[in-house]
Design a protein around this ligand. Sequence first.
Ligand code: SAM
Length: 285
Amino acid sequence: MQKSLLGKRPIHQTKLNNELTNSRPLFMFNKLKQLKPSTLAVLVQSVAFLTVLIIFKFSYLIVNVGVSSFSIIDFVIMQSLLAAAFSYCLNMAVWWRWIHLCFPLAMLAMTHWQLPNEFYLAGFIISLSLFWTTFRSQVPFYPSRPIVWKQVAKIMPKDRHLKLIDIGSGLGDMSMYIAKVRPDSQIEGIEIAPLPWLVSRLRVKINRSKAIFKLGDYHALNFADYDIIFAYLSPAAMLALWQKSSREMKTGSLLISLEFEIPGVNPTMRIAGNDHSPAIYVWQI
Ligand SMILES: C[S@@+](CC[C@H](N)C(=O)[O-])C[C@H]1O[C@@H](n2cnc3c(N)ncnc32)[C@H](O)[C@@H]1O
């Protein structure tokens, strides 16, 4: 077998790999993968819709049945299955496949029930204030569990006053727990979505917690003001988080991430996850 001068890989294999990576379908696939999930979702449903239209238009050629023989339910089921199949082929996350499968069916059900317009407006406002910039940040709301808060409290050095902030504090549970068990320290949370932030502010008043909640984007913070940054975000946010942390955080301070690692940066400490909680990663700056 002929060897490449630059390495052990045979020449014909290298050529094949180049052909593969340069091939048009793979190039298109990679381009599609670079789109934001929300844009890709609209594209998937639109392509599924057009495909169903084409299939139904030409169905009489294959099964000798005219488009008028199909009901709207046939149309919607086909659209659901195709959209789910496309999202599977595009390797979208599992929950996106379910969303694509259910979305056309949910639309059909909603039209059937003829709900008043105010219902949709209320749904839109609630979703907007809960998820806010999720389509851009790719960090949706999902809460961490008490087992995680206890682990974070254990990680915190006991011998001094600390400033900790939960970036993306959601409903505020994590910060309120830490504020309770570490009354000597200053515990804050920052949340970009108005509804969870409002809920956390109300809960602080009801529970008389010492936690401080701010409405805003954590990118606008100066991380140098804190000893500990706690993050439960998403894989999409981790690289930029590391760049900001390593630029701004003080030497010796801690960056704690629940579930999501920073690509290519080994953590100083890793607490293994279990059935009740994902792993916790700690980087000492
Ligand atoms: C996975 S939840 C974590 C909630 C909370 N930290 C906990 O442990 O229960 C992530 C939260 O981050 C918020 N978020 C996303 N991007 C943000 C940003 N740039 N600034 C502040 N909050 C953000 C989201 O709205 C969401 O509520």
